[in-house]
Every structure is written in structure tokens, then in C-alpha cells.
Design a protein around this ligand. Structure first.
Ligand SMILES: *Cc1c(COP(=O)(O)O)cnc(C)c1O
Length: 397
């Protein structure tokens, strides 16, 4: 008897890709040939970019490059194994200590990427029968982590603490974890952290904050959105943040009580079964942490540029969101409107990326403008002048 016909997986994928292209939502790679601060060489053209997450302008800092090359000369390039075999080096240990001290947590544990850190925490902590509440605008990897953990995932409307409370109370006996971005990656606003912390305390739930876009930028000495909200390890036992944004490197960490870190080392599969980040990268990240802590002028400069941009954009009647962070999206509505604006800006020598569904909800496509201490005031003025020529609607649909 012949085997039943099966769907061809590669063909199905090709059909889905074609459908996405047909809908005008195809994602495309662009190859950057050369980087010089906010300037990118793309396809033979020099573009002024407003789309990197290098908020403090550290990615090309000579001290980071020096630390990276020195450590590479001493230790080589690859870590040669997972942390639990022989990949955990003195550079990793020193960085973990510095990150724990900076964020006011007992311990910190490095992960190779933020995506893996979130998967690791949620997979290690959650089990079927538990409940996981998440803000609807959380980063994709928090959602994926809850799925990996097998918990019941409930997504509450953006920043709606009452809705989160109702979801939590709907399962009174269940172990509960609430996870939120600290600064939302696509909207740039800050989560209602004190209210969420109070809710979790009163309900006996565990709070996890992903501070990928807050670390280095918010709080005294850049310690992040939890420091800015004066929330310690007792109120927020799980802090995750990345090294690839304001710190200009790559990788991530989870910080909290010793019991959390000890448990992650035992049970977080995305920690255990992967090669440790290159030790030279950890050495560079340690220098980035020191610069972020001590060079307050980077945060002040960024704040000045954000104010300049928002003042100019509001004078032009542009559709700003309520963000005071380095993420300053202009919500344009349709994916076509966002793509058209991006192409037009590119013709004027500016790279600002359009963010479209499914990364953001349908009808909320936007230009995601990010500012950096590496920008000059004249760069912001040039962006505003280019945006003025687009005649964008003040209110998006
Ligand atoms: C970028 C980001 C991540 C993923 O971090 P990577 O190190 O890039 O994998 C996780 N959460 C948020 C909110 C992010 O913005």
C-alpha cells in the first residue's frame, strides 16, 4: 500500500513566503558594508541611520575594541564549549559580578543572547498548570519562553494593570509569573512597574522585567528602569537585560537572588546546551558597563537629543507616541504608508526602518526612530527637515 501523501514542508513555506510578499509584508535583509558611528554604507550609499540600538554610542568605542582585541590575543576567539564544561572564563565571572553590583542584585548569569535568556528563565521556572501573564506588547521572545515552559499564557492589554490583576485572580491556586518589558521595544514607553510590583506582591506572583532598552539609559548610573522606579530584588526577583543595546556589545544576563541563578544553571536548557559567549566579548562588555556607569554625559546628551526631536516633531504635527525614551516611533497606520515614508527618507540619505505587522498590530505600522548619543544635534535637525517634506498625517488611522 502506498504511503499517504504528505504536505511538502518546504513547499508550504514557499507558499507562505509568497503570500507575505503578495501582502507587501516581505522582510528583506540589507547588507551594511561599513559603519562609522551613525553613518552606514549600504548599497554604495552613505546613509545617516536612526535605527540602531546603540543608545550610548559605545559600539565603536576604542576602549571596547581595545579590551576585545587584548582578550582575544590572550584567550582566543571562541570559548570552546558551554559554560558548564570549560567555556566559563575569568572574563565571564568578572562581568557577572559587575552586572549584579550595577543592578543591585545578588547574582547575575550570562546568556549568549537576550532571546535565549528569556527562553531559559521562562522554561526553567514555568510548568504546565502554571499561569503566565504578559503585556500584549512584550517582546516576542518572552511570549516564546512562556510557550516553551508550557504554562497557560494570558496577554493583557498594553500597560493595563487591572486587566493583569483579573487574569491573575482567575486562577487563584496556580503558580503565577508576570513578565513585562521595562521599556517597550516598539513603543518606547515605560511599563507601570511600581503598580505591577504591588500587584505581584499582593497576589504572591513572581515579577520578571526585561530591561533590554532601559539598562544603560534609565536610572542613576544607568542601572535601568528598575533602579529608576526604586524597585529592588525583593519586589522584582527576575531582571533580564541585554548587552547588545545601550552597551554596544552582544549577549545578555539574568540577575536576581542566588536561588534563581543557581536554579538556572541546573535547569535552563538555553543556558546549559550552548557555547558560552566569546570571553573577549565579555571583556569588552565589562568596559562598556564601566563607561555606562561613569560617563553620565552620554545619557545627558541622549536626553537632550530626545527633547530636541520631540519638540521639533510636535511643532511639525507629527504622530508622536507618548515615549520619553530613545525609541521615538511615528505611527503611520498602514504598512504601505510606513514603507513609502521609509523609501522617501532613504532617497534623502536617511535610514529609518519601517516596522510592520506581524511585529506590531495590524494598522499600527510605524517608523521606528531611535536616537543615540552618537548623533549630533544637526543630525536630528536633518531628520526633522526630511520628515517635514513627507507631509505625514498628524493622526494615524
Ligand atoms: C532585543 C531584545 C531582546 C533580545 O535580545 P538579543 O540579545 O538581541 O537576543 C529581548 N527583549 C527585548 C525587549 C529586546 O528588545
Amino acid at each position: 500500500m502506498a504511503a499517504p501523501a504528505r504536505p511538502d514542508l518546504l513547499q508550504r513555506l514557499a507558499v507562505e513566503t509568497a503570500e507575505r510578499e503578495h501582502a507587501g509584508l516581505l522582510r528583506r535583509l540589507r547588507t551594511v558594508a561599513h559603519v562609522d558611528g551613525p553613518w552606514l554604507d549600504v548599497a554604495g550609499r552613505r546613509l545617516l541611520a536612526f535605527c540602531s540600538n546603540d543608545y550610548l554610542g559605545l559600539a565603536q568605542h576604542p576602549a571596547l575594541i581595545g579590551a576585545l582585541t587584548r582578550a582575544a590575543h590572550q584567550q582566543g576567539v571562541g570559548s570552546t564549549s558551554a559554560h558548564l564544561i570549560c567555556g566559563h572564563r575569568a572574563e565571564h565571572a568578572a562581568l557577572e559580578e559587575a552586572l549584579a553590583a550595577w543592578t543591585g542584585r545578588a547574582r547575575a548569569l550570562l546568556f549568549s543572547t537576550g532571546y535565549m535568556a528569556n527562553l531559559g528563565v521562562l522554561q526553567a521556572l514555568l510548568a504546565p498548570g502554571d499561569i503566565c501573564m504578559q503585556d500584549k506588547l512584550n517582546h516576542a521572545c518572552l511570549l516564546d519562553g512562556a510557550k516553551l515552559g508550557g504554562a497557560e499564557l494570558k496577554r493583557y492589554p498594553h500597560a493595563d494593570v487591572d486587566a493583569a490583576a483579573r487574569q491573575m485572580r482567575s486562577r487563584p491556586g496556580a503558580a503565577a509569573l508576570l513578565a513585562t518589558d521595562g521599556v517597550f521595544s516598539m513603543d518606547g514607553d515605560v511599563a507601570p512597574l511600581p503598580e505591577l510590583a504591588a500587584l505581584c506582591t499582593s497576589e504572591g506572583a513572581c515579577l520578571m522585567v526585561d530591561d533590554a532598552h532601559g539598562l544603560g539609559v534609565l536610572g542613576t548610573h544607568g542601572a535601568g528602569s528598575l533602579d529608576a522606579a526604586a524597585l529592588g530584588q525583593h519586589e522584582v526577583p527576575i531582571l533580564m537585560a541585554t548587552l547588545g543595546k545601550a552597551l554596544g556589545c552582544s549577549g545578555a544576563f539574568v540577575a536576581g537572588p542566588a536561588s534563581l541563578v543557581d536554579g538556572l544553571i541546573q535547569f535552563a536548557r538555553p543556558y546549559i546546551y550552548t557555547t558560552a559567549m566569546p570571553p573577549a566579548l565579555a571583556a569588552a562588555a565589562l568596559v562598556a558597563v564601566r563607561l555606562a556607569q561613569t560617563e553620565a554625559w552620554r545619557r545627558e546628551r541622549l536626553a537632550m537629543l530626545i527633547t530636541r526631536f520631540r519638540r521639533g516633531a510636535s511643532e511639525l504635527g507629527l504622530p508622536l507616541l507618548a515615549s520619553t525614551s530613545a525609541i521615538q516611533p511615528l505611527r503611520l497606520g498602514s504598512a504601505e504608508a510606513a514603507m513609502k515614508a521609509m523609501r522617501n527618507l532613504q532617497q534623502q540619505g536617511l535610514l529609518v526602518t519601517a516596522i510592520r505587522p506581524p511585529t506590531v498590530p495590524a494598522g499600527q505600522a510605524r517608523l521606528r526612530i531611535t536616537l543615540s548619543a552618537a548623533h549630533q544635534e544637526t543630525h536630528v535637525d536633518r531628520l526633522l527637515a526630511a520628515l517635514e517634506t513627507l507631509r505625514l498625517p498628524a493622526q494615524a488611522s
